[in-house]
Design a protein around this ligand. Structure first.
Ligand code: FAD
Length: 117
C-alpha cells in the first residue's frame, strides 16, 4: 500500500494531543506506582506506535532522553522536549515549552464526580 502523508500527519496530531494531555493530567506528586505506570505507557507507546519508522526513531529518542515521570511538571516538560526533537528532525517549528501550562485541556472539568456539565 502507498504511503499516505495526510493520514500519517493526522495520526501524529491525534497521538501528540493524547500524549501531552495525559502529561497535563498526570499527578503533581505521583506515587511510585503511578510513575512506573507512566514510564511503562511511554515505552509501550513508542514500541506500538502504528507508523513503524516513527516508532523506531522515537525509541531511539527515548534511549537518549529517558522519560521523566517524577511528577506532572517533569513529565510535561520532558514530553514537550521530545516532541521538539521530532519537530527538529521533520524541520518543523520549535514549540515554546514555557507555554505548555494550560495548552492541553482534557475537557473533563474537575473529574472525581460522575456527572460533568
Ligand atoms: P504536530 O507535530 O502533530 O503537533 C500538533 C500540535 O501540537 C501543533 O500544532 C502544536 O500546537 C503542538 N505542538 C507542537 N510541538 C509541540 C511540543 N514540542 N510540545 C507540545 N505541543 C507541541 N511523522 C513523520 O513524518 N515521520 C516521523 O518519523 C514521525 N515520528 C513521529 C513520532 C511520534 C511518537 C509521533 C506521535 C508522531 C510522529 N510523526 C512523524 C508525526 C509528526 O510528528 C506530526 O504529528 C505530523 O507531521 C503533523 O504535524 P503538525 O505540523 O500538524 O504538528
Amino acid at each position: 500500500k502507498l504511503e499516505n502523508a495526510t493520514a500519517k500527519a493526522e495520526l501524529g496530531r491525534a497521538s501528540w494531543r493524547l500524549f501531552h494531555t495525559m502529561m497535563a493530567r498526570f499527578p503533581e506528586t505521583p506515587t511510585a506506582d503511578e510513575s512506573l505506570a507512566l514510564k511503562t505507557y511511554i515505552q509501550l507507546f513508542a514500541r506500538l506506535y502504528p507508523c513503524g519508522d516513527c516508532a523506531s526513531h522515537f525509541q531511539k529518542l527515548l534511549k537518549k532522553y529517558p522519560p521523566q515521570t517524577s511528577g506532572r511538571n517533569a513529565a510535561a516538560g520532558w514530553a514537550c522536549f521530545v516532541h521538539n526533537e521530532v519537530n527538529k528532525r521533520l524541520k518543523k517549528e520549535q514549540f515554546d515549552c514555557n507555554k505548555i501550562g494550560d495548552f492541553y485541556d482534557c475537557g473533563c472539568g474537575e473529574d472525581g464526580g460522575e456527572k460533568k456539565e
